[in-house]
Design a protein around this ligand. Structure first.
Ligand code: ADP
Ligand code: C5P
Ligand code: MG
Length: 197
C-alpha cells in the first residue's frame, strides 16, 4: 500500500462528523450534487479494503468493524491519503473521520488541517431507528442492535472528544439532524455556500 503524503498547498478539507446513522453519507451526497466536491467516506474506504482479496488488512478491518471499534489509524489515513492523491480535485469532503483524537492530530500534522467541521447532531433513538431500518437491506455486518450499541459507546467516548477539540479551534458548525433529509440539508447548504465568501 502507498504511503501517507502531505496534501499540496491549497487543498481544502471539510470533515463531516456525527454519530452512526446521523446522516453523514446522505448529506455528503447532497453536497456533492450541488457543489461537486470529492466525497471520501472513511467507512466506505475501509469496507472496500476489507473486500480486496489482495489486502493484508482485510481480516483485521473486518473484526474491528464487526465489533464497532476504531480501526488503527495508519490503515485509514493511508487509504484517505491515496484517494486524495489520485484525485484531480483539491476540495474534499471527508465523512466519518477523524473518529479519535489521535487520528485528528495525525492527519492534521501529516496530510492537511481541515478548514471546517460539520457536526451532525442527532438523538440516539433517532439514529438507532435509522440504523435498524438501514440494516434491513444494507448487508452491513455492523447494522445489528448489538454492534449498534457498541458504536454508540465508542462514538461518545472516543469520537465526541474530536468535535470538542475542533470546537476549541472554532471550526465546528453544529447541525441538528433529527428532521427530514431535505430539512437538514437546508441548514447545511448556506454554510457551504458561505465558504467562498
Ligand atoms: P451515516 O453515514 O451517518 O451513518 P447515513 O447517511 O447512512 O448515516 O444514514 C443512515 C440511514 O438513515 C440511511 O438509511 C439513510 O437513508 C437514513 N437517513 C439519513 N438521513 C435521514 C433523515 N434526515 N431522515 C430520515 N432518514 C435518514
Ligand atoms: O462511518 P461508518 O459508519 O461507515 O463506519 C463503520 C465502521 O468503520 C466504524 O464503526 C468503525 O469500525 C470503522 N471506522 C473506523 N475509523 C474511521 C471510520 C470508520 O474504524 N475513521
Ligand atoms: Mg456512512
Amino acid at each position: 500500500m502507498s504511503e501517507i503524503v502531505r496534501a499540496p498547498e491549497g487543498t481544502i478539507v471539510i470533515f463531516v462528523l456525527g454519530g452512526p446513522g446521523s446522516g453523514k453519507g446522505t448529506q455528503c451526497n447532497k453536497i456533492v450534487e450541488d457543489f461537486g466536491f470529492v466525497h471520501l467516506s472513511a467507512g466506505d474506504l475501509l469496507r472496500e479494503e476489507q473486500r480486496n482479496p489482495n489486502s493484508k488488512d482485510g481480516d483485521l478491518i473486518n473484526s474491528y468493524i464487526k465489533d464497532g471499534q476504531i480501526v488503527p489509524m495508519e490503515i485509514t489515513v493511508k487509504l484517505l491519503s491515496k484517494k486524495m492523491r489520485e484525485s484531480k480535485s483539491n476540495v474534499f469532503l471527508i465523512d466519518g473521520f477523524p473518529r479519535k483524537l489521535d487520528q485528528a492530530e495525525y492527519f492534521g500534522k501529516n496530510v492537511v488541517e481541515p478548514c471546517l467541521i460539520l457536526f451532525l447532531d442527532c438523538d440516539k433513538e433517532v439514529m438507532k431507528q435509522r440504523l435498524l431500518k438501514r440494516g434491513e437491506t444494507s448487508g452491513r455486518i455492523d447494522d445489528n442492535i448489538e454492534t449498534i450499541e457498541k458504536r454508540f459507546k465508542v462514538f461518545k467516548e472516543e469520537s465526541l472528544p474530536v468535535v470538542e477539540h475542533y470546537e476549541k479551534e472554532e471550526k465546528v458548525r453544529k447541525i441538528p439532524c433529527n428532521e427530514s433529509v431535505d430539512e437538514v440539508y437546508l441548514k447545511i447548504r448556506p454554510i457551504i455556500e458561505g465558504l467562498n465568501k
